[in-house]
Design a protein around this ligand. Structure first.
Ligand code: FAD
Ligand code: HEM
Length: 398
């Protein structure tokens, strides 16, 4: 429990943090990777280069300082970050390393403001937050371990199928090498791969949304080849059927839990359809009673993954409606069959169908795409409690 003086001192540093902005976390990561280079095998270094992880950490630190007297405001963020951490197998002892570099960063960037009182207050505040994360992460680790088919740490999985789903997206079916069961997950959650190969400069952790409903036997993920991307190109080019991959248990705070009478709208751009596919699969398997809308946008037919599967599902389920946008259809793409509208997704075109009392909206795709979806749905008066989204990278609030 932090005392009121500590809380006041931490809050008084908010203007200082705001003026430093992401220079704070960029400096923090630079010094941490210099002194603890082993952590280059833990963090995604592309997220450092693009600045997305320093930005995510900065928002978390600032939000903590601002709300340190009202931690309930932070609980959703704590939950998301704790799940993310478990996918990187973060251990309690690593919190001391991060804490040390955070305090040294404050001293180095603001030597005048970093009085012993300020440093002491931040040390206590960091310690309190670290304790919350360590406790929650241990609960998640234990939960994963105690599930039927569950485990802790990494487990060897064999690639049973590798299938091209579009020009850029390939799916992988993974089954445990030990032949045992696999833990269930909630639709929307992701799997964590730990890649280690002589062809990679560093070990890499990556998250991939599970793209079918849980079945207790195997996991399916689908990976888009990213230009210049380390892991996605490795998976596309190097990993073959029969290879073994190290896998951490499913995680994530983005998942669907709805009653059978709740209308569900699943909205995706490109490979962002993966978590939606698990949700759809689950809804159809459970014989969902209410309407389901599948809204998807992609470039054209060549980049439209899982198109045949979706068409079959639509024919088999009267309550499943789909609407697909192709940005630039090819001549061979069939209107009304492959796609329904040309150009970027515009929800106004389907507003009457998808505005339904009590409906929940799940969306995933590139950040500008999700910002547009959120803006349109919010403009219709749909509250944040019915809007759910996943960011395929360091989290950003839309
Ligand atoms: C919860 C979650 C679920 C996800 N689910 C899926 C999924 O189902 N399917 C899927 O395909 N992906 C998914 N992802 C994304 C996935 O985890 C990887 O981020 C993705 O595959 C890219 O990894 P990579 O190693 O290929 O690219 P990285 O090497 O991590 O690079 C990422 C991007 O940054 C760019 N980049 C690298 N360095 C620089 C630089 N210096 N300057 C500018 N740009 C640079 C790269 O060109 C690339 O486009 C998910 C992510 C999360 C967090
Ligand atoms: C109180 C301390 C910490 C805070 C506030 C914090 C905050 C964050 C935040 C905000 C994210 C992004 C989450 C998201 O994308 O949803 C994140 C991711 C991550 N954190 Fe932490 N973290 C802390 C401690 C640690 C520690 C001790 C480690 C271990 C070295 C660690 C390793 C990571 C890694 C590897 C990622 C993923 C990075 C990526 O995707 O590039 N964190 N953390």
């Amino acid at each position: 429990m932090l005392d009121s003086r500590t809380i006041d001192i931490v809050k008084s540093t908010v203007p200082l943090l705001e003026s430093a902005n992401t220079a704070l976390t960029e400096h923090f990561y630079r010094r941490m990777f210099r002194d603890n280079p082993e952590l280059k095998d833990v963090f995604n270094l592309s997220h450092q280069k693009t600045g997305r992880q320093p930005a995510a950490l900065f928002s978390a630190v600032l939000a903590y300082a601002k709300n340190i007297d009202n931690p309930a405001v932070l609980s959703a963020a704590v939950e998301r970050i704790a799940h993310k951490h478990t996918g990187f197998a973060i251990q309690p002892e690593q919190y001391a390393i991060v804490g040390h570099h955070l305090l040294e960063t404050i001293k180095e960037l603001a030597p005048d403001a970093a009085t012993p009182e300020v440093i002491d207050a931040w040390a206590q505040a960091y310690g309190a937050l670290a304790e919350i994360f360590i406790g929650r992460e241990e609960q998640i680790y234990q939960g994963n371990e105690s599930k039927t088919g569950g485990w802790r740490g990494t487990r060897a999985f064999v690639v049973k199928e590798k299938q091209m789903e579009s020009e850029q997206i390939t799916s992988f079916l993974l089954a445990p090498a030990d032949g045992g069961a696999v833990a269930d997950y909630l639709p929307g959650q992701y799997l964590n791969l730990h890649l280690d190969s002589a062809s990679l400069e560093h070990k890499e952790y990556r998250q991939y949304s599970l793209c079918q409903a849980a079945n207790g036997r195997e996991y399916r993920i689908a990976i888009k080849r990213e230009p210049g991307g380390v892991a996605s190109n490795f998976m596309h080019d190097r990993v073959q059927v029969g290879d073994t991959l190290q896998v951490l248990p499913p995680a994530g705070d983005f998942f669907m839990e709805v009653s059978t009478n709740t209308p569900v709208v699943l909205i995706s751009g490109g490979v962002g359809q993966t978590p939606m596919r698990a949700m759809l699969d689950q809804l159809l398997k459970q014989g969902h009673q209410a309407n389901i809308h599948w809204l998807h946008a992609c470039e054209n037919g060549a980049q439209h993954a899982f198109n045949n599967d979706m068409q079959q599902r639509r024919q088999a389920h009267a309550n499943l409606n789909s609407h697909v946008w192709y940005r630039t259809p090819a001549e061979t793409d069939q209107p009304a069959e492959d796609y329904h509208a040309e150009g970027l997704m515009d929800l106004n075109q389907v507003k009457d169908a998808i505005i339904q009392h009590g409906a929940h909206y799940y969306f995933c795709g590139p950040l500008p795409f999700m910002a547009m979806v959120k803006e349109q749905l919010s403009a219709w008066g749909i509250g944040d409690d019915r809007l759910h989204y996943e960011v395929f990278g360091p989290h950003q609030t839309l």
